[in-house]
Design a protein around this ligand. Structure first.
Ligand code: B1M
Length: 210
């Protein structure tokens, strides 16, 4: 059985220690961090999502799998983020109000840091008030909003409205993403950019500093 398949299986079982060890092994065997991330960790998490949807597994199992995913991603972090990159500027990042999903947000953060963008991470379940405060208190040029639920996508719009009301909308670029978010939704709420994944989010964010 290949290491990628083993990682996938262990992640689905929520075995964080095994996932860590196998990810280390895969890196030592010369597999790229991107391959391990996409073909083992994210693929396994998608499988977890399908089983969750079909009621084959429940919240505790998903949480344990998410913990194993985070453990694997932590081992990959140095390889995913290029070390020694000069800081190019600051971005604020969070998962929006009502939403506790942070794996995608953490990946976006990691990729941004990988291209030299310093991230102010406001965490999860974040409303417009906190974002407005962070924009006021920092010289961040970019705000990244992640949403994983169809019910919380609209909180991205609320944050854009709060930035407008605070007179700060024009001082930052607002980027949105997350599984239910689409380009047309992003356009409809007046976001500056939508990207489908973390790597393209980093590319677009970087373009705002050039
Ligand atoms: Co939740 N959950 N969850 N969950 N969960 C989903 C999202 C769901 C699709 C599962 C399903 O039914 N198949 C479903 C949403 C349905 C919908 O709204 N359409 C769902 C649900 C319903 C729920 C609850 C309501 C369940 C309940 O309690 N009854 C509940 C809500 C809690 C809340 O947030 N208030 C809930 C809870 C949870 C857990 C806490 C158990 C756990 C989260 C743990 C954690 O994050 N620490 C969890 C998980 C893990 C998932 C699934 C299985 C995996 C999500 C994930 O991490 N994917 C998910 C099913 C799925 O997605 N297939 C599901 C891997 C991650 C790398 O992908 O986050 O999409 P993702 O990020 C991607 C891109 O979207 C993009 O980049 C990443 C890849 O490069 N991206 C951006 C993300 N943010 C971006 C921002 C950008 C650009 C790109 O620019 C700013």
């Amino acid at each position: 059985m290949s290491t990628l398949v083993q990682i996938n299986e262990m992640l689905q079982k929520g075995r964080a220690k095994n996932v860590e060890e196998l990810v280390r092994q895969a890196l030592a065997d010369g597999l790229s961090a991107k391959e391990i991330l996409n073909d083992a960790l994210i693929a396994a998490m998608m499988e977890v999502g399908s089983k969750f949807k079909e009621n084959k597994i429940y919240v505790p199992e998903v949480l344990i799998a998410a913990r194993a995913m985070n453990a694997g991603v932590a081992v990959l972090k140095p390889a995913l983020t290029k070390e020694g990159v000069q800081p190019v500027g600051k971005a604020i990042i969070c998962t929006v109000k009502g939403d506790l999903h942070d794996i995608g947000k953490n990946l976006v953060k990691m990729m941004l840091e990988g291209v030299g963008i310093e991230c102010i991470d406001l965490g999860v379940d974040v409303g417009g008030d906190k974002v407005v405060e962070a924009v006021r208190e920092s010289d961040a040029k970019v705000v990244c909003l992640s949403a994983l639920l169809t019910t919380t996508m609209t909180a991205q719009k609320d944050i854009i409205e709060d930035l407008k009301a605070a007179g700060l909308r024009d001082s930052v670029k607002v980027m949105v993403g997350g599984a239910p978010v689409t380009q047309s939704f992003a356009d409809s709420i007046g976001a500056d950019a939508y990207t489908v994944d973390a790597a393209s989010a980093a590319e677009v964010a970087l373009s705002y500093f050039r």
